[in-house]
Design a protein around this ligand. Structure first.
Ligand code: CMC
Length: 432
């Protein structure tokens, strides 16, 4: 037997099993505990899946210690510099960079599925005028399952591919309508002569009374936001989509589950928290006081947009987006607006502070993405929606990978039961 194994012994019974160690392309190897229950009648216990690989995947790799993020093997910095969101979407979905002909065919398909069914537009009217755009997004994407279900055979790869194209194409339309609904403005129809990002910005910002031209600086900044947020391996929302999809459910309903998961403040909501914090600080002169509060263990204040659970040296997305953020503020001549002044001063002071240096607390992607979205004129409650538009590509790529895998089976975690022991039912009249 190979030495690439871990032996697990249950000292209560003296029984042992050898569990093979499986090596990946990069990253820690994993212990295959497939026989644990069968041979030792044991489960593993890992709340939060901190030590658990839930699947094999070829899509994205993260090394938190080294600050590495690869999409299909390509470093995120190279994609951010040379690629665009449509090409990155193709890469994530199909595994390789496209040829010109493949890219053109993909772009054409995405461009021609941007319209929503007219009846679907009526769903928006069922929401309260002040509904959070994420609530709208969950509902409308879920409702797509009502339009694409009976004719959809998820066992057919061509059908899965079409569902993926439809999702990627319709997400900007659905997201922009969610914004327009809250503003009381008419919805804009997509314009297929524009590219993906321009079309998205146009649908969010155009009003019928004015001609709308998309600022190329804004378009590039949005393109970068979408590329950087397109995938992040088995995070909570992606795992939700995989788990929901493992039962054979409709992909649009599965993605609605992913959107619901992303909405939580521990996942997609941090960029919003950054802007709220900057508003709270308000005055650059108050930054040192705020930083002291963030360092005080008796004070719940933390510097939002600093630190990361996985990236312990630096967040590679933050390095890229930081430059873009500074460039954007320069180009929009926005440096001297109070909010951005506070942000840049806070960054400068925190990066020199021993507390943050010793704990390796660097600004993360959300510190800068909140500032960029604010500079682009995107309302705060749309930040997570923008994240969802980007991440829908990751979600559907993972769904396609899972559905195409030969050993695909329903996800069914087990538990450590700590409830009451087996007991007999007590009739109500004799209960004390
Ligand atoms: N401000 C002040 N102190 C902090 C901060 C912060 N933002 N983050 C961590 N610390 C301190 C923490 O108190 C602890 O200090 P000590 O060692 O003295 O007890 C030390 O740094 C280690 O912190 P931790 O809580 O063990 O780190 P974690 O890996 O559990 O938490 C985090 C990571 C992102 C939840 C946390 O850094 C945080 O709350 N940051 C602010 C919120 C934020 O920006 N979240 C977005 C993350 S990026 C999202 C994404 O990629 O999807």
């Amino acid at each position: 037997m190979s030495n690439d194994k871990v032996t697990i012994t249950d000292h209560r019974t003296g029984k042992s099993i050898d569990c093979p160690i499986l090596g990946g392309t990069h990253g820690p190897a994993v212990v295959d505990i497939g026989n644990l229950q069968k041979k030792l009648n044991l489960f593993t216990h890992d709340p939060g899946f901190v030590n658990t690989s839930s699947c094999a995947s070829n899509i994205t790799f993260i090394d938190g210690d080294e600050g590495i993020l690869l999409y299909r093997g390509y470093p995120i910095a190279q994609l951010a510099e040379h690629s665009n969101f449509i090409e990155v979407s193709y890469l994530l979905m199909y595994g390789e960079l496209p040829t010109s002909a493949q890219l053109e065919a993909f772009r054409h398909s995405i461009c021609h599925h941007t319209l929503l069914h007219e009846e679907l537009l009526r769903f928006y009217r069922g929401y309260r005028y002040d509904a959070h755009p994420m609530a709208i997004l969950v509902g409308i994407v879920g409702a797509l399952s009502g339009y694409y279900h009976d004719d959809l055979n998820i066992d057919d790869p061509a059908h899965r591919e079409m569902a993926a194209h439809r999702l990627i194409a319709k997400m900007p339309t659905i997201a922009a309508n969610a914004l327009k609904y809250g503003q009381g403005h008419p919805f804009n129809y997509p314009d297929n002569t524009l590219d993906y990002v321009e079309n998205f910005l146009m649908m969010m910002f155009a009003v019928p009374t004015e001609t709308c031209s998309v600022n190329p600086i804004s378009a590039r900044a949005m393109e970068l936001m979408l590329i950087l947020h397109a995938d992040h391996e088995q995070n909570a929302s992606t795992s939700t989509v995989r788990l929901a999809g493992s039962s054979g459910a409709n992909p649009f309903a599965c993605v609605a589950g992913g959107i619901a998961t992303l909405w939580g403040p521990a996942h997609g909501g941090a960029n919003e928290a950054v802007i709220r914090m900057l508003h709270d600080i308000r005055n650059p002169g108050d930054i040192p006081k705020y930083i002291e509060r963030a360092k005080d263990k008796n004070d719940p204040v933390r510097l939002m947009g600093f630190g990361h659970r996985v990236y312990k040296n630096y967040d590679p997305r933050a390095t890229i987006i930081r430059q873009a953020c500074h460039d954007l503020l320069d180009e929009l001549s926005a440096h001297n607006q109070p909010l951005f002044e506070v942000a840049l001063k806070l960054e400068e002071i925190a990066l020199k502070d021993d507390y943050f240096i010793e704990r390796k607390l660097y600004p993360n992607v959300d510190f800068y993405s909140g500032i960029i979205l604010t500079a682009l004129g995107i309302p705060l409650n749309m930040f997570t929606v923008i994240f969802a538009v980007a991440r829908s590509v990751g979600w559907i790529s993972h769904w396609m990978e899972m559905m195409g895998s030969e050993d695909q089976r329903i996800g069914r975690p087990r538990q450590l039961y700590l409830g009451a022991e087996k007991r007999d039912y007590v009739p109500i009249d004799i209960r004390s």
